[in-house]
Design a protein around this ligand. Structure first.
Ligand code: SF4
Length: 269
């Protein structure tokens, strides 16, 4: 009997970009048992800064949820972010041109925290903060996800990446989950992009994008079904080609893909 599978909503967007890469996250043990292996990658500075900024944002949202209003000031969130950043960076990180040093990362966190506190925080009334939802969508297959927050009619999300990317299927996955787990009618999916910006450049501010949540949910369900079909075929054949390999992906680099240069993705060798 094959193991049941839980697909994270955050994988749905990436699967559209490169199925082979995301398969290595969804069923790593089933792939490794066939002799494929992937190197452990050090954390990128982008994800360390992003996680620290997310933690500060969650702290504000939790405070609003607990007290009905924000009682913290922006230094409270910044302290949380800097503490998390210093803890995560202890084991090393891959720096990049946007954040070439630890000091740059801390200065950028100050900017990101400031933008979130003044622009995003006041307009969000959270009902759930980073709550993990899981729904059984078919057979032994589950979808799970922990949206940044859920409000009375929306599933807002914040991104602290260098570039504002599209997140249609992730937002759609959250919509599917909330439809299955709550009586809340989600009508809006708003993504707030707060870009990690090189200190020598001017910070562009918060970009806000509204998603059509119903269209996103349909697309998310289609990707979910693709994953299911691909994994079932892989379980029958053991052939990596069950998962398309997109060498044209912008993230097809050793820095962003642990499969790069491995037998699991022979085109990249
Ligand atoms: S190396 Fe490129 S094509 Fe291969 S799995 Fe990674 S992203 Fe996809």
């Amino acid at each position: 009997m094959p193991a049941s599978i839980t697909i994270r909503s955050s994988y749905l967007t990436g699967y559209s970009d490169c199925p082979r890469k995301v398969a290595a996250h969804i069923i790593p043990d089933e792939i490794k048992v066939l002799g494929y292996d992937f190197p452990i990658q050090p954390k990128g500075i982008g994800s360390i800064v992003g996680n620290a900024a997310h933690l500060a944002a969650a702290t504000y949202m939790q405070d609003k949820l607990s007290h009905g209003e924000l009682t913290l000031n922006k230094n409270d969130g910044l302290d949380v972010a800097i503490t998390e950043f210093r803890k995560e960076i202890v084991d090393g990180a891959i720096f990049d041109d946007t954040t070439p040093s630890k000091n740059d990362g801390e200065s950028q966190l100050k900017i990101l925290n400031n933008a979130f506190f003044h622009t995003v925080c006041p307009v969000i009334i959270p009902l759930f903060v980073e709550n993990r939802f899981t729904a059984k969508l078919s057979d032994d297959w589950f979808l799970s996800g922990a949206p940044d927050v859920v409000t009375a009619d929306s599933v807002p999300d914040w991104k602290f990446g260098r570039i504002a990317r599209a997140h249609y299927q992730q937002v759609g996955g959250y919509k599917l989950l909330i439809d299955n787990c709550l009586s809340t009618d989600i009508r809006k999916g708003t993504v707030y992009s707060i870009p990690r910006t090189p200190l020598k450049k001017q910070f562009a501010g918060v970009a806000i994008k509204e998603y059509d949540v119903d269209a996103c949910a349909r697309s998310a369900f289609a990707v979910y079904n693709h994953i299911k079909r691909d994994v079932e075929l892989f379980r029958e054949t053991g052939d990596p080609e069950c998962f398309l390999a997109n060498r044209s992906s912008m993230l097809c680099t050793p820095k962003y893909c642990q499969c790069y240069g491995t037998a699991w993705c022979e085109l990249s060798i």
